[in-house]
Write a protein that binds this ligand. Structure first.
Ligand code: SF4
Length: 509
């Protein structure tokens, strides 16, 4: 009897072997196709279905939640020979009608625990290893099943248990203001903040001197984190000096060269020292410094992820690993925004994502082009965002024509109208001209609604604040805003920003 069965077994194993060969071939083909078509890096945490089938890991900084502040339609800000990945993603998603999918707050990319998995973690190959995911042959023979399986695959990947990302707006869950700045903004006061360059020497004398000079003119000091790639005193140490001298600080939480643990530990430490205003941002690249730039590399967290992490810690008592903490910190969270970087409707979407993730106030990059700024405000209005976060607009008086050119070409997200370059170049007193330009911009901003404060950005020349505040009459200025964003009383529909006079403002320049 056994002799009669043996040929049967032999035939079956031949069939099984053939099946394995076919699967292997399909797996190899799937890997090759993913790499060729999507430039797939096999990270195993695929976002292609969300990002209009363009791999976000092709972004120079491997950002997973939207562009950096230098994004523009022409090229990547860091590698100018290539297009900006996120600009391509937005334009294609807009064509496909899937732009809103990009509001999802995605988790940071985890390094695969088992490197041998990497080659098999492209989306199509995933099916052969884990039993679900899009099947390459369905693309040809059953397209509707193909897209259903893509969606299923994506949904299983997106909200990881330790991260729980989503695309909803999360208003703060506390009622008492977390800081004096929040209290002032809630009461409708127009706040003045000043960017302060931290000292290079290990002493707080400069901060004490500035606090004395600017007392009565400013509400907060905002310490730049190693501005333009030059090493200086750390932000938290500066913030402690500032508190000791009676000025409330805003601590910049930069994601540059840091991982999620460094960021969270700094934020936890900040709470214990009485620093509650945190401004999350990506960075300037270190390439602006005088020395050889450090390797930029991908950032572990972006601004959206840093906000998400800190908001969850504050409101849900969950740390970055998903563990519960007993005592929750108090934070008033802000985000740096870049109104002029990319197209206004895309910049508004990035802003929405930051607000959804936890930003309670937005601080802009220095604004020189009021017309573009107004376009961005209009785009925010269309998304019904103006009542959800306080808006603090940065103004920088340029020192001379060279400084203005430097800002326009080297600082990501700063856009300068050509008329201003000419004005600075032909001026007989460039420093004074720069101050006049800043005063004109402030006068233009005062006509707009929904501006809650001004950020004077002149690190190293902070004294100019006194003149700008005095001459622009900001000390007694009452902003045209509702006093408590984030409380669900957003303006909708009928009132189309009557104070916006975009054309009138832009003719200044
Ligand atoms: S400009 Fe920014 S978002 Fe765009 S590819 Fe370069 S690093 Fe990425």
């Amino acid at each position: 009897m056994w002799q009669r069965l043996i040929p049967g077994f032999q035939r079956m194993s031949a069939v099984e072997a053939w099946r394995q060969v076919c699967l292997r071939l399909e797996l190899t083909l799937a890997n090759r196709v993913d790499r060729a078509i999507f430039k797939c890096q096999a990270c195993g945490q695929c976002l292609l279905f969300q990002t209009a089938f363009i791999c976000p890991l092709t972004c120079t900084r491997e950002l997973r939640n939207g562009p950096c502040r230098g994004s523009n339609p022409h090229h990547c800000f860091i590698r100018r020979a290539q297009a900006c990945t996120w600009y391509l993603i937005y334009t294609r998603a807009e064509r496909q009608g899937t732009l809103e999918r990009l509001l999802e707050v995605n988790a940071p990319c985890a390094t695969p625990v088992n490197p041998s998995e990497v080659g098999g973690s492209t989306p199509h190959a995933h099916r052969y290893r884990h039993g679900y995911g899009p099947r390459l042959l369905d693309r040809l023979f059953n397209p509707s099943r193909y897209y259903t399986e893509w969606e299923d695959y994506h949904n299983r990947q997106r909200a990881l248990p330790w991260w729980q990302g989503d695309s909803r707006y999360h208003p703060p869950t506390y009622s008492e203001p977390a800081s004096r700045l929040e209290k002032q903004l809630r009461s409708g006061k127009f706040v003045i903040s000043v960017e302060v360059a931290p000292p290079m020497e290990p002493t707080g004398v400069r901060i004490a001197r500035l606090a004395e000079q600017l007392e009565g003119y400013v509400d907060t000091f905002n310490f730049t984190d190693n501005p333009r790639g030059i090493a200086r005193m750390g932000g938290l140490a500066c913030a402690i000096h500032s508190l000791a001298n009676g000025i409330e600080p805003v601590l910049q939480i930069q994601t540059r060269y840091r991982d999620r643990y460094n960021l969270e530990s700094e934020a936890v430490g900040a709470h214990t020292t009485g620093v509650h205003n945190l401004l999350c941002m990506c960075d300037d690249t270190g390439r602006l410094g005088p020395g050889p730039p450090p390797t930029p590399g991908p950032a572990d967290l972006d601004t959206v992820q840093a906000l998400w992490m800190l908001r969850r810690l504050r409101d849900e008592g969950v740390n970055v690993d998903g563990l519960q903490v007993e005592h929750r910190p108090r934070y008033f969270l802000g985000a740096l925004v870049s109104p002029c970087a990319t197209l206004p409707r895309y910049a508004a979407l990035v802003t929405q994502k930051k607000i959804n993730a936890g930003a309670q106030f937005l601080q802009t990059l220095p604004i020189f082009d009021l017309s573009r700024f107004c376009d961005w405000m209009e785009a925010l209005d269309k998304r019904d965002l103006l009542g959800k976060a306080y808006l603090i607009v940065a103004v920088e008086p340029p020192k001379n024509a060279h400084h203005l050119r430097f800002l326009a070409s080297e600082v990501p997200g700063v856009v300068v109208p050509s008329g201003l370059h000419a004005r600075m170049a032909y001026s007989s007193d460039p420093y004074e001209e720069g101050v006049q330009i800043a005063l004109e911009i402030i006068a233009g901003l005062k006509k707009l609604r929904w501006i809650h404060g001004l950020h004077i950005h002149a690190p190293g020349r902070e004294e100019v604040t006194v003149r700008l505040v005095r001459e622009s009459g900001l000390r007694d200025f009452a902003p045209q805003v509702e006093s408590e964003p984030g409380n669900g009383r957003n303006r909708t529909g009928a009132d189309p920003m009557p104070h916006w006079t975009t054309h009138e403002l832009s003719t200044h320049f």
